[in-house]
Design a protein around this ligand. Structure first.
Ligand code: AP5
Ligand code: MG
Length: 218
């Protein structure tokens, strides 16, 4: 069965953390629109320059820059047995675009996993998050620090703080999530595609809950 999974949840819910594990267990590519935009910002591409204007303010990149990018990505060969979307769709316009794409191109159902976490838990997670500039591995200053300060355990790369993880920007991202992304919970619930997990538990417990929903077969 082709497995198409969408991971939803507010900023800092643990989408990236869980996506890495899900992709490995189910052997499907992890497609994070945020990571794609950050790679473009780093590479100084025209898309990166446009996206940066919005990302640094905690705003969403316009739908027209996101939808075709995702469509092109999921049509690549490594997605033929399934894929995991992290951070897309994020607006009703994106969800409707993706539904049309699925109706035309895919015959597999969509599993939408919503990771639920309250803002009081999210803020310290995000302000303490650090990321490897080279391989993208995520750390947390107190909960999951690297063995050597400032250095990635996996590749020795430099560890940095994302520009949008400063406290003022994080509050704006919460506001944008509530206004533009949280309506998707009802959207997918009405379509019978939504499952929710409690993201305030430990990463292992959250992963176990996700696997119980997705099942064991690869
Ligand atoms: P994106 O990169 O997708 O950011 P986000 O949705 O705000 O989510 P984060 O990546 O901040 O958090 P996460 O849920 O992945 O949590 P993580 O696992 O890292 O998007 C960034 C920007 O790009 C957007 O603001 C927008 O501008 C643009 N963009 C992207 N997609 C777009 C789209 N479709 N349309 C328009 N614009 C788009 O975990 C967070 C921290 O918590 C880490 O330190 C981690 O170690 C820790 N942690 C994780 N799980 C746990 C746990 N269970 N217990 C304790 N700590 C935990
Ligand atoms: Mg992420």
């Amino acid at each position: 069965m082709k497995r198409i999974v969408v991971l939803m949840g507010p900023p800092g819910a643990g989408k990236g953390t869980q996506a890495t594990r899900i992709a490995e267990k189910y052997n499907i590519p992890h497609i994070s629109t945020g990571d794609i935009f950050r790679a473009n910002v780093k590479g100084g591409t025209p898309l990166g320059k446009k996206a940066k204007e919005y990302m640094d303010k905690g705003l969403l990149v316009p739908d027209e820059l996101v939808c075709e990018l995702v469509e092109d990505r999921v049509l690549q060969d490594d997605c033929r047995c399934g894929y995991l979307l992290d951070g897309f769709p994020r607006t009703i316009v994106q969800a409707e675009y993706f539904d049309e794409f699925l109706a035309e191109r895919e015959c597999s159902p969509l599993s939408v996993l919503n990771i639920e976490v309250g803002e009081d838990v999210l803020l310290p997670r995000m302000v303490g998050r650090r990321v490897c500039r080279s391989c993208g591995k995520t750390y947390h200053l107190s909960a999951m620090p690297p063995k050597v300060e400032g250095v990635c355990d996996l590749c020795g790369g430099e560890i940095y703080q994302r520009a949008d993880d400063r406290e003022e920007t994080v509050h704006e991202r919460f506001r944008v999530y509530e206004e533009q992304t949280s309506p998707l919970i009802e959207y997918y619930r009405e379509r019978g595609a939504l499952s929710s997990v409690d993201g305030s538990e430990s990463p292992d417990e959250v992963f176990a809950a996700i696997c119980a929903i997705l099942g064991d077969c690869r």
